[in-house]
Design a protein around this ligand. Sequence first.
Ligand SMILES: CCCCCCCCCCCCCCCC(=O)SCCNC(=O)CCNC(=O)[C@H](O)C(C)(C)COP(=O)(O)OP(=O)(O)OC[C@H]1O[C@@H](n2cnc3c(N)ncnc32)[C@H](O)[C@@H]1OP(=O)(O)O
Length: 221
Amino acid sequence: MDFRFEDIGPAEVKRRISAVEPLTESVRDLVDAVIRTEVDDTALDDARRQIDDIVARLRTEEKPGGFGVPFTRDLVGMPWGNAATGVRNAIAPPLRPVTHAGVSTAEVTLGAAYEGPGGHVHGGVLALLLDQLVGECASSGTSMPHFTGTLTVRYVRPTKLGQVSLRAEVTGTQDRKAFVSGEIHDSEGVTAEVEAIMIRPKEFAGRDEVMAAIAEATARD
Ligand SMILES: CCCCCCCCCCCCCCCC(=O)SCCNC(=O)CCNC(=O)[C@H](O)C(C)(C)COP(=O)(O)OP(=O)(O)OC[C@H]1O[C@@H](n2cnc3c(N)ncnc32)[C@H](O)[C@@H]1OP(=O)(O)O
């Protein structure tokens, strides 16, 4: 796993998020506009040229590979490229899970970029969101990362594009395994249910081991 350490505190994290998040939101809006626009071919070509210019400017300085998950000096993860939650990822809806008393919840609006069956959300997108939520639910209980071992999704009925709510709860644990149940619902009720087995990798026996993994990865950089 790509662990890195950045010797920064909460104020710098906040500054970096506020510097990049408006750009992510604009790009998310761009994705939606490209899907829905009805302008003519000339306008499409003009837009492509302008976007290509912007991409070239952004690529003058870039990381190799993905963003990874850097950790701050307070061991706060910054998974900013994450496909479901990343503050730098315009493909992420984005999901913003909140966990309280063992229950993780999130509200998210799924627009044109998440379509599968006409007017409805793609099943893979629903699985992505549920996967992330059950992962955060299992991990936040122990403050240790849990990976998805098995994720079983039952699609109860089609989920219309628009606002949906998600919920997940740990129903049991056994050694390094957490069993998590969850669901997605819209204004008319449940549209998808999930059962997951989440596993804390054995190399993460505790916080000290996570710190050691981060230190080792940082020394390699
Ligand atoms: C200090 C820092 C704070 C951080 C705070 C973090 C908050 C951060 C939030 C993160 C939220 C992430 C949310 C995204 C979640 C993903 O999307 S993760 C990406 C998708 N998943 C993967 O890539 C996992 C790939 N697989 C693996 O890495 C390994 O197979 C696993 C899952 C870690 C298991 O490996 P292992 O530990 O070597 O497993 P092993 O010792 O053979 O088996 C342990 C037990 O698990 C069972 N098991 C093993 N594999 C499976 C399986 N696939 N299914 C079911 N059971 C299994 C075994 O049967 C065994 O059970 P028992 O015999 O003990 O009853």
